[in-house]
Design a protein around this ligand. Structure first.
Ligand code: UD1
Length: 444
């Protein structure tokens, strides 16, 4: 059943919420536990759909999981890892892109892996060519069949290799790390992504016994070891969720203290938030984000890999930019198709045009192709309520912010997508005095 949330907008969001572990890190640390032959313990684990999907997939492969949801503590025991039935894996495919990261650990543990139809957000083609090329370089055989992709390790095991990424892909960097740590010999990865979530994955792998060094020029060197031990680790907080609530505070003239928000992972976001006219106070427990009154300012913004302005911050911030005075320009350089969510914003009164040209200082991979990957936002434009449908995770949260900022009562359909990455978002919204109510069923 699709769920519909009724949102009475026009009221500032005020209060305190807490963010827990990062959606873009926790599932990967869970996968890393597969590389050991003894249990691991992960803390600060949020209750989000991606964590459930990866728990189920690990369970299918014989990993025993004990999750104390209130405390956010997860124990993962991989001592009985085994092959899973393809049909069972398939049943979970389509819900997340994380299954592809099971390949390296499974090849080391049981010599084979299977990639089902992958899910994730519909924000571009999201190919997996880098991943498959990396696995082949380690010596794996990749066999594409009608039912999915079958991957096997040679009898002599995987060998360290040289990988140069054409684009600093987060997933491909993680694929290399999770495969190289137990491959025989040295792996050099050039053009790596260096997002904070990747650095935390390296922290986990180092605790497990891996030998990994990261250079300042996006080169990562991994010395393979034959055996890894379990880890105990506390996840870094979710900087995307923190930024989403910050954007919600700005767009609704609100004031939100985000417990757990961590300044060092958000430096670029905080600079931009300040330039737009948002205010924040940082303390050791979190960050208070608020609209200080007065006008918001238009800006020119380009998304980029870390340490640039993260693509997942773009969609929530665009909603706030609809309320800024003047013309804002946003150039999306990470995904070719990440402005689909602006259709609903236009329906709500926002003034947004999308363009195929690179409207930024850095010509990107999408400039010569047929993708609407730049946007010009003219504001301030009063938003009014509408009936809208959530397109993807971040776009969906942006719709929610727009509905909360708009005058009148909106109905937002397909809202469950948001639970893939935002823990207890309805309870959090209610705690911030939002006037929201489900029209049909209660979500998880
Ligand atoms: C991760 C994050 C996502 C974030 C993105 C970029 C998770 C679960 N998701 O996604 O929230 O927006 O990083 O910061 O961590 N590409 C290829 N071939 C490949 C792989 C990627 O062409 O085999 C391209 C993609 O189409 C995209 C770009 O590389 O244009 C970046 O993708 P990537 O960094 O791999 O994103 P994910 O790891 O899927």
């Amino acid at each position: 059943m699709t769920s519909v949330l009724q949102v009475e907008g026009g009221h500032p969001l005020t209060g305190t919420i807490a963010v827990r572990g990062a959606k873009n890190f926790v599932p990967k640390a869970m996968v890393a536990s597969l590389l050991a032959d003894e249990p691991s313990e992960l803390r600060n684990v949020p209750l989000i759909r991606d964590v459930e999907v990866v728990s189920d997939l690990l369970g299918l492969h014989g990993v025993e999981i004990d999750f104390d949801q209130d405390r956010g503590v997860m124990r993962l025991d991989p001592t009985n890892v085994k092959s899973a039935r393809r049909a069972d894996i398939d049943a979970l495919g389509g819900a997340s892109r994380i299954p592809i990261l099971f390949c390296g650990p499974l090849l080391h543990q049981i010599g084979e892996a299977f990639i089902p139809e992958l899910g994730g957000c519909n924000i571009g083609g999201r190919p997996i060519d880098f991943h498959l090329d990396i696995l082949r370089r380690f010596g794996a055989t990749v066999d594409k069949r009608p039912d999915g992709i079958h991957i096997t390790s040679p009898a002599s095991g995987l060998k360290g290799t040289f990988v140069e990424l054409p684009f600093p892909s987060v997933g491909a960097t993680e694929q290399t790390l999770l495969t190289a740590v137990r491959a025989d010999g040295i792996t050099i990865l050039q053009g790596a992504a260096v997002e904070p979530e990747i650095m935390d994955l390296i922290n986990v792998l180092q605790k497990m016994g891996a030998i990994i060094s990261v250079d300042t020029d996006r080169t990562i060197r991994i010395e393979g070891v034959p055996h890894l031990i379990g880890y105990r680790h506390t996840s870094l907080p979710d900087r995307i969720e923190a930024a989403s609530w910050a954007a919600a505070a700005l767009a609704t003239h609100g004031d939100i203290y985000v417990h757990g928000a961590h300044q060092p992972d958000m430096t670029t976001f905080l600079n931009t938030f300040r330039k737009v006219g948002g205010a924040f106070d940082i303390d050791s427990e979190g960050i208070r984000f608020y609209h200080p009154g007065g006008e918001l300012h238009s800006i020119a913004l380009e998304t980029a890999v870390h340490p640039g302005f993260m693509t997942d911050w773009q969609q929530p911030l665009v909603v706030a930019l609809t309320q800024a005075k003047g013309l804002s320009i946003v150039h999306e350089t990470v995904y070719e198709n990440r402005f689909g969510f602006t259709r609903a914003l236009r329906q709500m009164g926002a003034n947004i045009q999308v363009y195929k040209e690179c409207l930024g200082s850095t010509p990107c991979r999408f400039g010569q192709r047929n993708f609407y990957h730049s946007a010009v936002i003219s504001g301030p434009a009063p938003l009014h309520a509408a009936d809208i449908t959530v397109p993807d995770l971040r776009g969906g949260f942006s719709h929610l912010i727009a509905a909360l900022a708009a005058s009148g009562t909106s109905r937002v359909s397909g809202i469950d997508v948001i639970s893939r990455g935002y823990e207890h978002f309805l309870t959090k919204l209610q705690g911030l005095d939002a006037r929201v109510e489900y029209l049909d069923h209660q979500p998880v």
